[in-house]
Design a protein around this ligand. Structure first.
Ligand SMILES: [Fe+2]
Length: 318
């Protein structure tokens, strides 16, 4: 039995905080689910979470806007390349028009026979809205932003990873993460993520042998990691042991992310993966359940740094 069921979240390092917030909430119609700060290191950096109104796992995109510390990375190969979200079949035209109307260049493309809208985050990271043929999740309706049910984003579809060696990821994704290879063509490889609620998400592997090596640090303009959902601690620790037994001995110890617990592992194709599960209480740990994402909150172990962190964050209007 698979120890993973769908994605938990995707995480990017971006540029300016305001453009990041406006991109996800106003252009794409997601909701703010949590506003906190980067828990690793010492530099004050926002950590912003976006997703469905209730913050359902598999809808969450999180960002670290890095403009204030001005730490930027290099996009390239052996790195995650494209953030993908699912949209209803037939809604690509709506999204092309909507994004172009907001000054975001967008066009329709196809890969693996599936229609997508290709565009970029203001920091340059490629995004796709994918007409997912099999996705039973409800669309994210956002009346305030004019996104109706027939067009709304359904959550994470997946991510495309660029690699030097097109077969480097096979064993990691199939034997390691219980994914199934669904396509293998000159467009690349596609693996479906196991999901107890039915198929809805993938990893795509794109062969880019001649590009520059992408950076792996926490740095603006790059995707940092792809988090899969283990549902609970037992599956997470079993999967950690399983990966270690395959030779991926650098699976990190469990880290406390306040709302969820995470272990990290570098894949052979360069992309960083996380295996995570949400704790009891989730997003409502520190805000009322109907007001999640509306205030700046800190984990208990950062409360003594509250004033210093607030003073060091990039100003934003939200
Ligand atoms: Fe994460």
């Amino acid at each position: 039995m698979a120890l993973v069921s769908g994605y938990h979240h995707l995480t990017l390092c971006t540029d300016g905080v305001q453009e990041d917030y406006d991109f996800y909430t106003k252009a794409l119609g997601l909701y703010s689910v949590k506003r906190t700060v980067l828990f690793d290191g010492t530099i004050p950096v926002y950590h912003l979470y976006y997703g469905s109104r209730n913050g359902d796992a598999s809808t969450i995109i999180t960002t670290f806007p890095f403009r204030k510390p001005a730490v930027y990375g290099k996009r390239g190969t052996n790195q995650s390349k494209i953030i993908q979200q699912a949209i209803p079949v037939g809604s690509a035209g709506y999204w092309v028009d909507r994004l172009n109307g907001k000054g975001i260049e967008a066009s329709t493309i196809s890969r693996f026979g599936i229609t997508r809208v290709a565009f970029k985050h203001p920091c340059g990271i490629p995004h796709e809205l994918v007409e997912s043929p099999a996705d039973g999740r409800p669309p994210i309706v956002n009346e305030a932003q004019g996104v109706a049910a027939e067009h709304g984003i359904k959550g994470i579809y997946g991510a495309a990873i660029a690699v030097f060696d097109r077969t480097a990821m096979d064993d990691f994704l199939t034997v390691g993460m219980s994914m199934t290879k669904e396509a293998d063509s000159d467009e690349g490889l596609m693996f479906s993520v196991p999901n107890a609620l039915g198929p809805s998400s993938v990893v795509e592997v794109l062969h880019e042998a001649s590009g520059p090596q992408g950076s792996w640090t926490l740095a603006g303009g790059t995707i940092h990691h792809l988090a899969l959902n283990t549902g609970g601690e037992e599956n997470q620790l079993k999967l950690k042991a399983h990966l270690e037994g395959l030779g991926f001995t650098d699976v990190s110890d469990q880290k406390d992310r306040n709302y969820f617990k995470s272990c990290y592992v570098r894949s052979p194709g360069g992309a960083l993966f996380e295996i995570a599960w949400s704790v009891e209480g989730g997003w409502a740990l520190d805000e009322p359940a109907d007001k999640i994402g509306s205030t700046l909150v800190f984990p208990p172990w950062f409360e003594h740094r509250r004033d210093e962190l607030i003073a060091g964050l990039e100003p934003a209007n939200f």
